[in-house]
Design a protein around this ligand. Structure first.
Ligand code: ASP
Length: 263
């Protein structure tokens, strides 16, 4: 990937712990940023940095993605995850079971000729690449959402977005939210990387991530485009975004509480 981009850039990273999560979940997000930052500082790629950050948050029971993903209406835990890069790669898995770190499975689809795998097909792909089947207990919190995300830029200028979720509480089996949907839950191009969190159906209807990114082409700065994105929603629809462009630090914005942290 370094060869493709070829420019020298200043590394940066931003992570979020989900719309609706409060300040008590901030330490897990701060730790995730540090994990990714350490990789970037030692010359690592934006892909490795975002994966390290998201794995750390997937493993944090306070943040609930991965290990503690939301329980579906039938008691199962089905997880979604996606990765997108500024050099045109995308991989996503949806409704995968028995997988504690779905982000690592989604990342293995980058560069494959299949972009998205669902359910049993996703799990069989995970078997093929050596990801162990493990019980995922899940979270039975009565309300709230469940997404974590990271956007990083490495010294070559490559930007990567990684996002992972257990969805929203009580969703039906097979429900797919915004997180694995390109342009809705995430977007990454040569200008900006964006990850969304909040009510997945609403985010999908608005295709928010790509539409926010497109506004940067019109010359608006990151704060302006995120404000525009959040303002597309009524205040009773929880939504938040993190974004990182080709220069400067990342920014998070939400119409609700959303722990985020950047370096
Ligand atoms: N957007 C996620 C979903 O609907 C949930 C969240 O972000 O909290 O699956």
């Amino acid at each position: 990937m370094k060869d493709i981009v070829g420019t020298i850039s200043s590394p940066a990273i931003i992570c979020h712990g989900g719309a609706g999560h409060s300040a008590k979940d901030q330490p897990g997000v701060d730790a995730a940023v540090e994990a990714g930052w350490d990789i970037l500082q030692s010359g690592g790629t934006a892909l490795d940095a975002t994966l390290a950050s998201v794995v750390m948050m997937e493993n944090d029971p306070a943040l609930n993605a991965g290990t503690g993903g939301r329980i579906r209406s039938d008691g199962s835990v089905q997880l979604d995850a996606a990765v997108m890069t500024s050099n045109g790669q995308f991989g996503a898995i949806t409704c995968i079971q028995q997988t504690k770190n779905p982000i690592l499975v989604a990342a293995k689809l980058l560069g494959e000729n299949v972009n998205i795998l669902a359910g049993t097909g996703a799990r069989e792909f995970a078997d093929k690449i050596g990801v162990a089947r493990e019980d995922v207990v899940g979270s039975s919190k009565p309300t709230g959402n469940d997404t974590v995300g990271a956007v990083a830029r490495d010294e070559t200028g490559l930007i990567v977005v990684a996002s992972s979720t257990g969805g929203c509480t009580g969703m039906p089996v097979g429900r797919i939210g915004d997180v694995p949907l390109i342009g809705a839950g995430l977007w990454c191009d040569e200008r900006i990387g964006i990850a969304a969190t909040g009510i997945g159906e609403q985010i999908t209807l608005k295709m928010s991530s790509v539409r926010i990114a497109d506004r940067t082409a019109e010359g608006y700065d990151i704060e302006n485009v995120l404000n525009w994105g959040v303002n597309q929603y009524p205040s009773d629809v929880e939504v938040g975004f993190i974004a990182l462009a080709t220069e400067g630090v990342g920014l998070g914005l939400a119409n609700t509480k959303m722990p985020w942290s950047s370096k």
